[in-house]
Design a protein around this ligand. Structure first.
Ligand code: IVH
Length: 759
């Protein structure tokens, strides 16, 4: 655009004309982007035009058009929001509930950093119960705002964020790149006013025979509903507020400490929480926590705990992250709210792993602003009044249908039953008999020695397991297939013409529908458009991230974090499945050794002697004759930070089970598995296998390992031909010798630090 005029030089007519042209241009770009065709302009150009449009509007507010691109969230309302990939992931926080958890947090950090009792300062600030938002500024101008989403990709809510008064549109003297993060929330007064307005509006709507609007259950829902409004004009009418408490990508550091960094955000024009305080010990943290807890009811907005962060940013950097949470911060939650109600019935749900979970059906009761009518009862021991080790809980009181029970909600998790009031137990109430047959498929439900949970043995013949596995597969954190949720899965599972019985069936759905006489589009509840949307949402997921796919398979113990850790370690699907297969004999030996150890302990206790743990393990292992290759693959698998024998066992089980493996292979054959991004592309140690030996003086072993892994290296415990680098501290012995024999490069701790310096 050669004829582009500087906004400051524009006449009114030129501005009007420019706005009209930009609106058309950006509108077309939006349609191209979201239609089947490829985008016509680059993201950068799109952002630039959008910014230019906004600048003109700011200079000539009276010229702002009704169809202004500023108020459009990048996508037409029918399609939802555009997606934004976070440059730096948006993480969640680990939780502390008791004072002891806070002491443990401090202890863990000291241990990780190799600190003694020297002072360690933290900030403490309220944990705002809203939803997190990341706002990106480039050269001081807001370029976009995104919700957290799944942590790596959020929704583009720029137009809505621009309506929030606490969020500056532009910042003076800001770093070239600045991402400010914090919490969007709604105050109690605004929340009540909004609901009063909705109630009045609904009377009118109902009188006119129209569909009423939702009355929000709590300020958090109201804030989320408003921020995720597709019409920015509606968001504008709903007073949202924002506290800044963190940052994402930065072109230069903000400060040396958390507290200074936050006050710089305040200088930039953000609102920071005035209850943020530096404390120099956990005693200080707890006392600030108590103070905030006392003021909770009068703050005027919802908070659900206090967040503690290591104040020194250099230490934060050293501490780094576990896959989804920082090591340097924790949320100290307030105790859950409690309520009493009637337990009407106990139902059994069969989960995707076959676990039988007892669920309490309750007379509805409000707990912490939310109506609760179901709660978990954990397992049969919990109902009977015992914990997993057989010790009594609730003074041994069991829970029966008809009982008066106390329920609570801790954070976002499913409500739980805490206590029972025996004085209100109805006459004739009988102890609950936990089923020994699966209530869905009738197969025996067995409980293994030492396990708290009873499992249905029906496997895939059990409809409940199959359906739950499928629901898990399509869930948001797994394949996340739009338009294919729990309801649709249940429907397709039972469908005689177009069944989905396994994940692979999802990817043959369109082809099978094409071959059927009765098309999905001709059925009740479906239209051409909705069928098209479903099939294209499925097509979109043919290319799928390794970790999502693995998590989606629903293998026992392989949760989101383990899936990410495994993906990062193996990088390719073939690499992981091959390893799982190869490690199998070693996994079986490990299981046998574990069993032998357990038996030896029991025997030793009975005979009043010391258990010969090592011997019994060794004997069991020897009986298995595991090849050194299989052993090495198993050691490598279970040596991944965060992956233990439990994950290793279920992974190897899944890949060794002929039927399950067949299903997995059939599915994977239809997909393109996308490897994870290597953590740091330009690191000199990426993909290298590093071994640390001897004593390290400037960092602990845990820190060295985590740091190396975050730079893309694999850390192994033993030297082999595959080792690329040995880092040897003083006192290094056999490993250094072996490395020398194998001609492996060996450096000392300082050499290592020099190598990774500045990364
Ligand atoms: S710090 C890397 N500080 O809590 C850690 N989070 O449970 C970044 N939250 O996703 C988060 N108040 O949405 C931080 N003062 C606060 C917070 C806070 C609320 C939310 C945030 C986060 C969630 C984790």
């Amino acid at each position: 655009m050669a004829e582009e005029i500087a906004v400051t030089d524009m006449t009114v007519d030129q501005a009007r004309e420019a706005l009209a042209r930009l609106s058309a241009l950006l509108g077309q770009a939006n349609r191209d982007y979201h239609g089947a065709d490829a985008p016509t302009i680059s993201d950068a150009e799109y952002d630039r035009l959008k910014r230019r449009n906004l600048e003109i509007e700011e200079r000539f507010p009276e010229l702002k058009r009704g169809d202004s691109p500023t108020d459009q969230v990048g996508v037409s309302p029918s399609e939802g929001f555009g997606k934004i990939a976070h440059k730096v992931s948006m993480l969640s926080l680990g939780n502390a509930f008791e004072d002891q958890d806070v002491a443990d947090f401090d202890e863990r950090i000291r241990k990780y950093l190799g600190m003694g009792n020297e002072p360690l300062a933290f900030t403490a600030e309220p944990k705002i119960d809203g939803l997190s938002l990341s706002i990106r500024y480039e050269n001081g101008d807001m370029v976009y705002a995104a919700t957290r989403g799944d942590g790596s990709t959020g929704e583009d809510v720029t137009a809505n964020a621009r309506t929030i008064a606490d969020i500056p549109q532009s910042i003076a003297n800001a770093p070239a790149v600045l991402e400010v993060r914090g919490e969007v929330y709604m105050s109690h007064t605004d929340f009540e006013a909004l609901n009063v307005w909705i109630a009045e509006e609904n009377e009118r709507l109902e009188a006119a025979g129209k569909k009423p609007k939702t009355v929000f259950a709590n300020p958090r829902n109201a804030a989320a509903g408003s921020l995720r409004q597709l019409d920015a004009q509606i968001t504008r009418q709903r007073p949202l507020k924002f506290f800044a408490y963190a940052w994402g990508e930065l072109s230069e550091p903000l400060a040396d400490t958390q507290m200074e960094a936050i006050s710089r955000l305040q200088d930039f024009g953000f609102v920071i929480n005035d209850l943020t305080k530096v404390c120099d010990s956990t005693v200080g943290l707890i006392s600030h926590y108590k103070m905030i807890e006392e003021r909770r009811a009068t703050l005027g907005y919802d908070i659900d705990g206090v967040v503690y962060k290591v104040n020194d940013l250099a230490l934060q950097e050293r501490l780094g992250f576990r896959s989804t949470t920082p090591r340097w911060a924790i949320a100290h939650k307030f105790p859950a709210e409690l309520a009493w109600t009637r337990l009407e019935a106990i139902d059994i749900q069969v989960g995707r792993t076959g676990a039988l979970s007892p669920v309490a059906r309750l007379a509805p009761v409000t707990v912490g602003g939310v109506v609760v009518s179901n709660a978990t009862l954990h397992n049969e021991d919990y109902i009977a009044g015992r914990d997993s080790k057989g010790a009594t809980i609730r003074e041994g009181k069991d829970i029966r249908e008809g009982d008066w029970v106390q329920v609570y909600r801790a954070g976002d998790v499913i409500p739980k039953v805490a206590d029972v009031d025996l004085s209100k137990r109805p006459d004739g109430a009988v102890p609950y008999a936990f089923p020994e047959l699966c209530p869905v498929c009738g197969s025996p439900a067995v409980r293994e020695e030492g396990d708290a949970v009873r499992y249905c043995t029906g496997g895939l013949i059990c409809a409940a397991q199959a359906v739950e596995k499928l629901k898990h597969f399509v869930a948001r954190k797994a394949l996340d297939i739009e338009g294919l949720g729990a309801k649709q899965i249940e429907m397709f599972y039972e469908d005689p013409d177009l069944p989905i019985k396994t994940p692979a069936d999802i990817f043959t759905l369109a082809v099978r529908d094409g071959a059927n006489l009765t098309k999905l589009a001709n059925r009740k509840g479906w239209k051409d458009k909705s069928v098209d949307n479903l099939f294209s949402a499925i097509e979109d997921k043919r290319e799928i991230a390794f970790a999502r796919l693995l998590f989606g398979l629903g293998i026992r113990h392989v949760g989101e974090t383990a899936a990410k850790d495994l993906a990062l370690h193996y990088l390719t699907w073939e690499g992981m499945s091959g390893a799982a297969e190869m490690a199998r004999p070693a996994a079986l030996a490990w299981r046998a050794a574990d069993l032998a150890e357990e038996q030896e302990r029991v025997a030793a206790q009975a005979e009043g002697r010391r258990a010969k743990v090592k011997e019994s393990r060794d004997t069991a292992m020897a009986a298995h004759e595991v090849s050194s290759g299989a052993q090495a693959v198993w050691d490598d698998l279970t040596g991944i930070d965060g992956i233990g024998a439990a994950v290793g066992l279920s992974l190897t089980d899944a890949f060794a089970n002929e039927r399950e493996r067949g299903e997995i292979d059939r599915l994977v054959g239809m997909l393109t598995v996308v490897p994870p991004d290597a953590p740091t592309q330009d690191s000199p140690v990426v993909g290298k296998t590093v071994v640390f030996t001897g004593s390290l003086e400037k960092m602990t072993r845990a820190e060295a390992k985590a740091r190396a892994e975050s730079l893309g290296a694999k850390v192994s415990g033993s030297v082999s031909k595959k080792t690329d680098l040995l880092v040897a501290g003083p006192g290094a012995g056999s490993k250094a010798k072996k490395a020398a024999d194998l001609g492996i490069e060996t450096i000392d701790e300082d050499g290592w630090l020099a190598l990774i310096e500045g990364l």
